[in-house]
Design a protein around this ligand. Structure first.
Ligand code: SAJ
Length: 426
């Protein structure tokens, strides 16, 4: 049969929605399933409720052409892709209840020859020890009758559609036949290379990719603290060290946000807490940064009592509107506990926040300290003369090494940099 398979995508979030749209635009019939009725009814009107460049256009097209439909329950299909969230619980272990529920919801639908793919980032062993036992309840012999694999996504928010196509991918099957089947399926739109392995190895790869980044950022943050204590500039150390052909120091900052780096390493720790020492310490180091920045603010101003503090940029990284796990929100929580303090936030990507100001002028008026939290491109071209005129005390704390120290000092600002110890400070 030349007919394309019907695919059921479970979970229409940051990964499920673009994946569903991408398969649909490549000619597959897709049924997208979500427990959230608002997501389902919006999608059936061709609308999405997440922000991602070009995704709205693509979704509108495939819904209009009838290739993508949404429902709250799975339908009989040939392929099932599980892309539901795996949030972290208070005890820092993965909450697998959504994966369990999604896998259970297809038991009545699956038949011999079907493909089942787990895309959700999961602790190593999930396909073998959680998903497979659930699929066995269908009465099928999972190894013989089904093709099952883990195929983690690697896309970066803001460039999801581009990276879905261009990035290399790993597919980990419960056996070789499963890996090959799933590889062929993704080759319908993936231009990058697709490497095949076993399911648990693929699960560990996904986690280690983000752990690699997290550990390296922790190293940079530790360097920043040491350099501040020694009165030197961590950013210079990083720049010059990176001239070495085999060194790639990462960048310090006010902490690590997003739903991946701050979460995934814990899924390895939960498997072997006694062995995962570096991974755990790196997580804790990155988690300590908002508190560290808070202490630096206090040291700069002597006391924060009754001061006005402005934060420019509160999203978890530049040029996106995503606030998930943003370390700047944590910094704001620490600041707002100070008595008499007044907080102001300016972020062109954010539409709703307790301290949000509409204009830069409003945000910096009478301020005692301006913290650059995230280096959105727009902060490149702010009018520093205006800001200087409006602030009560012209203090700037740049947590991203984004602004020009020389220029700002000439304009009369006291410029402080995270990762650089100033002799005159404190
Ligand atoms: N950060 C630093 N210093 C750095 C780099 C980043 O402090 O040198 C901070 C950022 O400010 C941000 C956080 O780390 O708060 C995470 O940002 P990111 O751009 O590194 O990563 P994410 O979470 O947006 O996306 C990551 C990506 N993983 C890798 O690059 C290894 C992406 O490819 C994954 O698909 C995604 O996680 C995911 O879904 O797992």
């Amino acid at each position: 049969m030349g007919l394309k398979k019907k695919i059921c995508v479970l979970g229409l979030g940051y990964i499920g929605m673009p994946t569903a749209a991408m398969f649909a635009s490549n000619g597959y019939d897709i049924i997208g399933v979500d427990v959230n009725e608002a997501v389902v009814s919006a999608l059936n009107k061709g609308e999405i409720i997440i922000e991602e460049p070009y995704l709205d256009v693509m979704v509108r097209e495939v819904v209009a052409s009838g290739k993508l439909k949404a429902a709250t329950q799975p339908e009989l299909s040939d392929v099932y892709i599980i892309a539901v969230p795996t949030p972290i619980k208070k005890d820092k272990t993965a909450d697998m209840s959504y994966v369990e529920a999604a896998a259970s919801s297809i038991i009545g639908c699956i038949k011999k020859g079907d493909i089942i793919i787990l895309e959700s980032t999961s602790p190593p062993g999930t396909v073998e020890h959680l998903v497979m036992p659930i699929l066995e309840q269908s009465g099928l012999d999972v190894y013989q009758d089904l093709y099952v694999a883990h195929s983690p996504e690697r896309v970066i928010p803001g460039k999801i559609l581009f990276e879905l196509v261009e990035n290399n991918r790993i597919v980990g099957g419960i056996n070789h036949a499963s890996a090959i089947k799933v590889k062929h399926l993704y080759q319908s739109f993936v231009k990058g290379d697709i490497y095949i392995t076993d399911a648990t190895t693929a699960e560990m790869c996904k986690l280690m990719e983000n752990t690699f980044r997290d550990v390296n950022i922790a190293l940079a943050n530790e360097l920043a603290k040491i350099c501040e204590a020694m009165g030197i500039n961590a950013w210079d150390v990083i720049r010059y060290s990176n001239k070495h052909p085999r060194v790639n120091l990462h960048q310090p900052g006010p902490g690590v946000g997003g739903h991946c780096l701050a979460v995934d390493p814990w899924f390895i720790v939960e498997k072997h807490p006694a062995l995962a020492n570096i991974i755990k310490l790196a997580r804790e180091t990155n988690d300590s940064m908002p508190e560290y920045v808070f202490a630096r603010c206090r040291a700069l101003l002597g006391s924060l009592k009754n001061k006005i503090i402005t934060v420019f940029g509160i999203t978890y990284k530049p040029d996106i509107d995503d606030l998930r796990e943003s370390p700047l929100l944590e910094l704001i929580e620490l600041l707002e506990e100070v008595s008499g303090i007044k907080l102001r936030v300016y972020d062109p990507f954010v539409t709703k926040h307790q301290y949000l100001c509409e204009t830069i002028e409003e945000a910096v008026k009478d301020s005692d300290l301006l913290i650059l939290g995230v280096n959105h491109k727009q902060f490149d071209s702010v009018d520093f003369d205006d800001i200087y005129r409006l602030m009560r005390q012209p203090n700037i704390l740049d947590t991203r090494n984004y602004w020009d120290e020389l220029l700002l000092s000439k304009k009369g600002f006291k410029y402080y940099l995270l990762g650089k110890g100033a002799i005159t400070e404190e």
